[in-house]
Design a protein around this ligand. Structure first.
Ligand SMILES: Cc1cc2nc3c(=O)[nH]c(=O)nc-3n(C[C@H](O)[C@H](O)[C@H](O)COP(=O)(O)OP(=O)(O)OC[C@H]3O[C@@H](n4cnc5c(N)ncnc54)[C@H](O)[C@@H]3O)c2cc1C
Length: 481
């Protein structure tokens, strides 16, 4: 294979559409093809940005200087052992393929993101978390074993005990140490295809966090939407959703309930609007006035939902609410320099409320109020470049407009300062602004140096590098020395 002969360029962008570039794209479907790609890159001095489903919002899966190695088509193998609940998958198998395969057998992935389209290798590389993060940790905590292929094409099988450093560095390592080519992960036994769900409307951020904190001991899932336009006493008002798994005695017809057909999201919203067209309506309200209106309606709807008490909802509808409206991101505009960036702020529990209120206030004053705010609770984990901590996260979606794009990035950089000063962290899957100094502050020079030693061992010539790696770890990974 000659990379230079690969003449077809494709537009590769981050999920938020606000950044991207033209690149050659290679799509290996197995180990031999991968090794061919690696050998060609070594011969020609090219570099690779690894890409799975392309669901990271920023520049983690793109490169303006090399070739994109897209692993999403390497997805034929999905083995599942019903007795142990352990799945063994190719790197390009998606969260969607996994849940659709295992749910009829009474299991659900231990951790899923708010969308079902990430590949499991991409999910491991970012160490994704779900609405149960405080309870079960990130996806890395359910991974038992993986194969990782380094720049020389050598395969290492890693577990917590065989290669403990590499295990904890490659998960959350953002694809900088090598290519995941196989993953084994445990899943959760479920007795129904539905969850018990209830809503709680809150008056402000303090109430949102206190109520969630009071449910940590009993809930299986907790997530809060907050209204980022409201100020003063109402800052951070929102609606919390709590989910609980059903016990075997609470499900009368498990076979029917566990079928994939029962999970399908309806094709029409309120039985009327085809959901494929809903993004066009969302575009009409994708401005400050429109979002104030939408937020007020959502908050009101939260009260009605709260009065309803506990109700049943399918796993897919609860977990993948954002997939309900296909291409909703197009409401943010699809032309050059538009789109959205997401900034997810992780702050230790002692400082979270204060920092989140300061960020919300700062956003409003600057005219950058987020159009979507989501609060979750997390726990600490053992992965080296983790975003996880014993605290809270606030994920904020910002509209990118050409005239204010540069100013927005500077503004988000200011929010980053508030988070890091409070001992917090950012999440590489949702990052567009972090720099080398931020990485040093977040993870510490000593840990980055250990990570750098692994990088030099597995990839001495810097074959694996995305735009984000160069931004966060410096050119030639200088920040890792
Ligand atoms: C609507 C939406 C909702 C989301 N909700 C959540 C959420 O609730 N929680 C959460 O944690 N995240 C969430 N995410 C983010 C998403 O889960 C992560 O960005 C995830 O990493 C995407 O996986 P992917 O397969 O698309 O990987 P990509 O975005 O393509 O790549 C992600 C990283 O994985 C690396 N990579 C890809 N394949 C491999 C491989 N085979 N070996 C080694 N490295 C590889 C890439 O280099 C890159 O660094 C959400 C994203 C969207 C769009």
């Amino acid at each position: 294979m000659e990379l230079a002969a690969q003449r077809s360029f494709e537009w590769c962008e981050g999920w938020g559409m606000a950044s991207g570039s033209h690149a050659r794209v290679l799509r290996p479907r197995g180990l031999d093809e991968l090794r061919e790609c690696l050998a060609a890159a070594r011969d020609e001095g090219a570099s690779f940005a690894l890409r799975g489903g392309g669901c990271s919002y920023g520049d983690a899966n793109t490169t303006s200087r090399g070739v994109v190695l897209d692993l999403s088509r390497w997805n034929a193998r999905l083995d599942f052992d019903t007795r142990s609940g352990v799945a063994e998958v190719d790197p390009g198998v998606t969260v969607r393929q996994l849940w659709q395969s295992i749910l009829p057998r009474g299991h659900w992935p231990a951790v899923v993101s708010g969308t079902m389209f990430p590949t499991l290798a991409g999910a491991a590389a970012m160490n994704i978390h779900g609405k149960n993060a405080w309870r079960v940790g990130p996806i890395g905590d359910s991974i038992l074993e993986f194969d990782l292929v380094d720049a020389a094409g050598e395969l290492r099988t890693c577990t917590r005990t065989t290669h403990p450093d590499l295990f904890h560095a490659a998960i959350a390592g953002a694809g900088s140490l090598g290519v995941f080519t196989r993953l084994r992960l445990s899943t959760k036994r479920v007795h129904s295809g539905e969850l018990l769900v209830r809503a709680k409307r809150t008056a402000n951020l303090a109430e949102t966090m206190e109520w969630m904190e009071s449910r940590l001991g009993t809930a299986d899932y907790l997530v809060a939407w907050i209204d980022c336009f409201k100020d003063g006493e109402a800052s951070g008002r929102g609606v919390i959703h709590e989910g609980r798994h059903l016990r075997p005695d609470e499900e009368a017809d498990p076979e029917r309930s566990l079928s994939v057909a029962r999970q399908e999201l309806p094709a029409r919203i309120a039985g009327v609007f085809p959901k494929s067209e809903v993004w066009r309506f969302l575009r009409l309200v994708n401005n400050d006035a429109g979002m104030r209106f939408v937020n007020a309606a959502k908050h009101l709807a939260g009260e009605i939902e709260e009065r309803q008490g506990w109700y049943r909802q399918s796993h897919a509808a609860f977990a993948f609410l954002l997939d309900y409206v296909p291409n909703w991101k197009w409401a943010y505009g699809r032309s050059e320099l538009r789109g959205l960036v997401q900034h997810q702020l992780f702050v230790p529990k002692e400082r979270a409320k204060e920092v989140f209120l300061a960020v919300l206030e700062r956003d409003r004053r600057a005219g950058h109020a987020s159009y979507l705010g989501v609060v979750k609770r997390h726990r600490a984990d053992a992965f080296w470049l983790t975003h996880g901590l014993d605290g809270w996260s606030l994920a904020l979606d910002y509209k990118v407009e050409p005239a204010r794009r540069v100013e927005l990035m500077a503004h988000l950089d200011g929010n980053t300062r508030l988070v890091l000063e409070a001992g917090g962290r950012l999440y590489l899957a949702k990052d567009s602004v972090m720099g080398v100094e931020d990485a040093r502050r977040m993870w510490g020079g000593e840990l980055l140096a250990r990570f750098g030693a692994l990088k030099r061992e597995l990839d001495p010539r810097g074959l694996f590098q995305s735009d984000q790696h160069r931004r966060v770890f410096g050119a030639d990974f200088a920040a890792l020395s």
